[in-house]
Design a protein around this ligand. Structure first.
Ligand code: NDP
Length: 256
């Protein structure tokens, strides 16, 4: 049955940065498909609000306060989720930040903070959940890239490096863990209306209209646009799909 392919009943998903934006959109979708959800973020109040929101979609949800750049905190987080929710089947590496400055101005602390938050965190979280996924007989890892996984722009050197790196990291995990029945895929969002891009619209002159002009779908993305891809990549519907990088961008990346 096609509907059974997308059923996540009995599964447990961790969504980093799931307390807002794209992560929250994905967490809602996974919960609606039947998964129990652990929301991981630093802002406890925001995470608690997200947990209340997700419980409306059904299923269990918990909040775990953790900085995903901190290896000890990530290991503790994975242990806590396994204890509280019983297993780990799905990991969405979504936490991310951006610092918009050209390469000759960006300082090393800024570079390190973007790389650690967007790329190193995915390594730490994936490594931390691997034993639980292996023990469960398989798993799904969904890493969030960007249009900057494909394109360069003058003002986001560390962000683009982290998002290019996430695609290669995804392919590495896909190869390494295929024998354990773990599929790893990346999702490349176009321009989506979230807190992250609200700031970009203020910082980058004319951005709003340029995005509309370049996007064939002629709109900014919404967090609800990530429900379908999250459920697909987290479910057995995608069991033969691994190592891919799928744009969710209204056609932004194919516009000539
Ligand atoms: P938001 O700013 O809304 O969400 C980012 C999330 O990351 C927050 O929930 C934040 O939670 C969490 N986070 C940041 N740093 C850490 C950390 N050190 N430890 C734990 N959690 C952290 O942004 P978006 O929803 O827009 O972005 C989500 C992902 O999508 C990012 O990876 C981003 O790069 C990517 N993306 C977004 C696009 C867009 O147009 N919006 C386009 C392309 C990619 P807290 O503050 O509680 O820690």
């Amino acid at each position: 049955m096609a509907s059974e392919l997308f059923d996540l009943s009995g599964k447990v998903a961790i969504v980093t940065g799931g307390n807002g934006g794209i992560g929250l959109g994905m967490a809602r979708g996974l919960a609606e498909a039947g998964a129990d959800i652990a929301i991981v973020g630093r802002n406890e109040a925001k995470s608690n609000a997200a947990v209340d929101d997700i419980r409306q979609c059904g299923g269990k949800a918990i909040s775990v306060v953790a900085d995903v750049t901190d290896k000890a905190a990530v290991v503790t987080m994975a242990g806590l989720v396994a204890r509280e929710l019983g297993r780990i089947d799905i990991l969405v590496n979504n936490a991310g930040i951006n610092i918009r400055k050209p390469p000759h101005v960006l300082d090393i602390e800024e570079w390190d903070s973007v790389i650690k938050t967007n790329l190193t965190s995915a390594f730490l979280c994936s490594q931390a959940v691997y034993p639980a996924m292996k023990a469960a007989g398989g798993g799904k890892i969904i890493n969030i890239g960007s249009m900057m996984s494909i394109f360069g722009v003058s003002f986001t050197p560390a962000y683009a490096a982290s998002k290019g790196g996430i695609v290669q990291f995804t392919r590495s995990c896909a190869c390494a863990w295929a024998a354990d029945n773990i599929q790893a895929n990346a999702v490349l969002p176009g321009w989506i209306d979230t807190d992250l891009t609200k700031r970009a619209r203020v910082e980058i002159d004319g951005l709003h209209d340029r995005v509309l002009a370049r996007t064939p779908a002629a709109r900014w993305g919404a967090i609800g646009d990530f429900v379908g891809i999250a459920v697909f990549l987290a479910s057995s519907a995608s069991d033969f799909v691994t190592g891919t990088a799928i744009p969710i961008d209204g056609g932004y990346s194919i516009m000539g």
